[in-house]
Design a protein around this ligand. Structure first.
Ligand SMILES: Cc1cc2nc3c(=O)[nH]c(=O)nc-3n(C[C@H](O)[C@H](O)[C@H](O)COP(=O)(O)OP(=O)(O)OC[C@H]3O[C@@H](n4cnc5c(N)ncnc54)[C@H](O)[C@@H]3O)c2cc1C
Length: 314
């Protein structure tokens, strides 16, 4: 029976990231990556409804070792899928994925200090077993074969088409149709404008409870500015080590009222800087810089926040 040190289950965003980390940080560790479907990307391959996109900014959702360089901080589904695929390819993970392999059971043996894992070949139904020392589930949080689908009383009398966004047919001709979207969560919020802008006859969102929405731009001002200037600065510096003076412009922002970043803005800026430095393979030293602020308490609070966030991320 095949034995690996680590068995990674799932080749979505998490599973690909897990394999990349193993390759980088534990060379020599044997591992296998099993994926039940025939494709990489998990969520970002499965969902194909119009308007699909992330809810988080990609500087947060993306990998620290593979900085997101797309223009949109809130990215569309196909771009995220391409990002996962490219990451897998770049880090030599793509060829390691065993597709059509669904983990259906696992049992732990204390005397042997290992898991015995039951795997089904989803294309043939054949079964096999593997053993591993560390079983690493990266399987996501919902059922892939069946999205949540309540029964609607009287739906058999409905003459139209009922579609679940998890299984959006590629050839669904929805243009010109009168559409009711049931629900008001993230999926509905992205779907409704895409349908309306894409030529639906009429769109109604049916919601049970109120949703609170803050409109934010898809691009990130801080990341855009850093993307414009930082790579050139780093390249020109020809540095062996980069000292990141965390906090300095935060205080200046307070002073001049120009750069006053929110805590979220600070976090994004730190991540972008750290990713850019790392992307060039340069050692990074984070230095808590002094600065002036009319309010000492505010300066101290911001510095503490910046330092904590930056160190935790680095
Ligand atoms: C429309 C949408 C938008 C989202 N936006 C965001 C966002 O902005 N920010 C955020 O943090 N999250 C978001 N999410 C949640 C999103 O699912 C996760 O962020 C992320 O993609 C999860 O990655 P994952 O690899 O953990 O899981 P998944 O993407 O679900 O991948 C799991 C993989 O494991 C495989 N698998 C499952 N069970 C088994 C098994 N038994 N054997 C073998 N393989 C198995 C699946 O086939 C799949 O490929 C969003 C989700 C949706 C649906």
């Amino acid at each position: 029976m095949e034995h690996v040190d680590v068995l990674i289950v799932g080749a979505g965003l998490s599973g690909v990231g897990a394999a990349c980390h193993l390759e980088a940080k534990r060379p020599g560790t044997t591992y296998a990556l099993l994926e039940a479907r025939d494709a990489i990307g998990g969520t970002w391959d499965l969902f194909r409804y119009p308007g699909i996109r992330s809810d988080s900014d990609m500087f947060t959702l993306g990998y620290s070792f593979e900085p997101w360089v797309g223009e949109k901080a809130i990215a569309d589904g196909p771009s995220i899928l391409e990002y996962i695929r490219t990451t897998a390819r770049t880090h030599g993970i793509e060829d390691r994925i065993r597709f059509h392999r669904r983990v259906v059971g696992a049992s732990w043996s204390t005397p042997d200090a290992r898991w015995t894992v039951d795997v089904e070949d989803t294309s043939t139904g054949d079964r096999e077993q593997l053993t591993c020392g560390f079983l690493w589930g990266n399987t996501g949080y919902y059922r892939y074969d069946r999205g949540h689908r309540p029964e609607f009383p009287g739906e058999s009398d409905f003459g139209g088409t009922i579609v679940h966004p998890q299984h959006w047919p590629e050839d669904l001709g929805w243009q010109g149709k009168r559409i009711v979207v049931i629900g008001s969560g993230a999926t509905a919020v992205t779907l409704v404008p895409a349908l309306a802008d894409g030529g639906a006859g009429h769109v109604t969102m049916l919601q049970r409870s109120p949703t609170y929405i803050v409109a934010r731009p898809g691009e990130d001002r801080v990341a855009d500015a850093l993307r414009r200037h930082l790579p050139a600065v780093l390249d020109a510096a020809d540095a062996d080590i980069v000292f990141y003076l965390a906090g300095v412009d935060v205080a200046a922002g307070d002073r001049y009222g120009k750069l006053a970043l929110t805590d979220e803005g600070i976090r994004l800026r730190d991540r972008y800087v750290i990713d850019a430095v790392r992307g060039r393979g340069l050692p990074l030293a984070i230095v808590l810089a002094g600065g002036y602020s009319p309010s000492r308490a505010r300066t101290a609070e911001l510095h503490a926040h910046v330092f904590r966030e930056a160190v935790a991320y680095a």
